[in-house]
Design a protein around this ligand. Structure first.
Ligand SMILES: *Cc1c(COP(=O)(O)O)cnc(C)c1O
Length: 387
């Protein structure tokens, strides 16, 4: 048996490797605290579960879904975008469901890339921005997120011949893994860049609803001209504690959505309609639920940042997301050796920044998705491992 060359070209999936290590430690009897994976620890709100239960009993949801989506779902996304972001979307042509942001981002590569073309991918960034292009038989070109620019790429520094081959540009604000929010004026520069090189901007909006300190993340589509050059992938996973449900939507440029739809009609048969109705309920009746979650993450962010500062790690407090992005403490060669040390000496899992791209070297990521007392214990154990 022989697997495809494109599978061989994939780097090992970071979290698969992490899960293996955690399992090994747990089997050895260590009480491992994992701050590695960004998967909310709290359950989906009961009202959303009730909405799903009711929808499951409605026989109109039992057949093959269409990849266009139920009208109720598309309308709920449109209403949410108008109220929350001031963005008007046509439910008929500018919104369709996606089986999670991950599916959508992966399939956009198949829909838009040819072997000699490129996707420009934020570095550090969500691993699918680089793995997806490889699986599509194309390549990813990393765009380092510059800390001194506020963790955005320097678009003016992208070589012309690289930009000319690019068909896709992956961006994500509020950002995983850095926790950065988009600086004023950046989305406008992105629209100009996309116009100049005629590429499709894919803005990954996985964290727009998890913001702190009064900050409210914008939609990329609120930028003038954005709809001509881009789509946004909006996910319920993180904001509504629904990672297992696989509920997201792609919104924006209708031509791009049409291409994605055409591809998907050959790949999957759409989102279970009961899930679409439950997601519509979440966006309509529980639109403010992520604010409650944000308060919990804000408290955890403060716990972690204060504890890190006490051990001499200076961090920028993030104004959004469920992550703290921190520099590797002095005395360690790189992020991998620090993360190895933390796992071996403290039984704590954190992710090395370099796993999200070369530009992430020198940093590590802490996920805030464990209860407060476990979070405090983890940072305390990290402290004693340094003593
Ligand atoms: C978690 C995450 C995703 C995946 O979202 P799903 O909708 O659950 O597939 C996509 N992008 C980023 C940046 C994420 O952190």
């Amino acid at each position: 048996m022989r697997a495809s060359a494109r599978l061989d070209r994939l780097p090992p999936y970071l979290f698969a490797e992490l899960e293996r290590k955690i399992e090994e430690k747990r089997r050895a009897g260590v009480d491992v605290i994992s701050l590695g994976i960004g998967d909310p620890d709290l359950p989906t709100p009961a009202a959303i579960c009730d909405a799903l239960a009711a929808a499951v009993r409605d026989p109109s949801t039992h057949g093959y879904p269409t990849n266009r989506g139920r009208p109720e779902f598309r309308q709920a996304v449109a209403d949410f975008y108008r109220r929350r972001f001031g963005v008007e979307l046509d439910p008929e042509s500018e919104i369709i469901p996606a089986l999670g942001a991950k599916e959508c981002i992966f399939n956009l590569n198949l829909a838009f890339l040819d072997p000699d073309s490129l996707a420009l991918a934020a570095d550090p960034g969500y691993p699918v921005y680089t793995g997806g292009p490889v699986l599509a038989g194309a390549s990813a070109h990393p765009l380092p997120l510059e800390p001194e620019l506020g963790f955005v790429p320097d678009l003016a520094a992208v070589p012309g011949e690289v930009a000319a081959r690019a068909r896709l540009l992956y961006l994500n604000y509020p950002n995983n893994p850095t926790g950065a929010v988009v600086p004023d004026g950046f989305f406008e520069r992105v629209v100009d860049f996309a116009r100049e090189y005629q590429l499709l901007v894919v803005h990954d909006a996985s964290y727009t609803e998890l913001c702190f300190d009064g900050y409210e993340a914008p939609s990329f589509l609120a930028t003038p001209g954005a709809r001509d050059v881009g789509v946004e992938v909006f996910s319920l996973s993180k904001g509504w504690n629904m990672t297992g449900w696989r509920t997201a939507a792609i919104v924006g440029n209708r031509q791009a959505i049409e291409s994605y739809w055409k591809l998907k009609t050959n790949v999957d048969s759409g989102m279970f309609e009961a899930l679409q109705l439950a997601a519509a309920h979440a966006l309509t009746d529980l639109a403010d639920f992520p604010r409650e979650m944000s308060e919990i993450y804000r408290r955890r962010r403060d716990l972690v940042c204060e504890a890190l500062e006490r051990i001499g790690v200076r961090v920028q407090r993030p104004r959004a997301t469920i992550y703290v992005w921190a520099p590797v403490p002095a005395g360690f060669d790189d992020a991998a050796s620090w993360c190895e040390h933390v796992l071996e000496r403290a039984g704590v899992v954190v992710s090395p920044g370099a796993a999200y791209g070369a530009a992430g070297e020198g940093f590590f990521r802490i996920s805030l998705t464990v209860p407060d007392e476990r979070l405090l214990e983890a940072v305390e154990r990290m402290r004693s491992s340094l003593a």
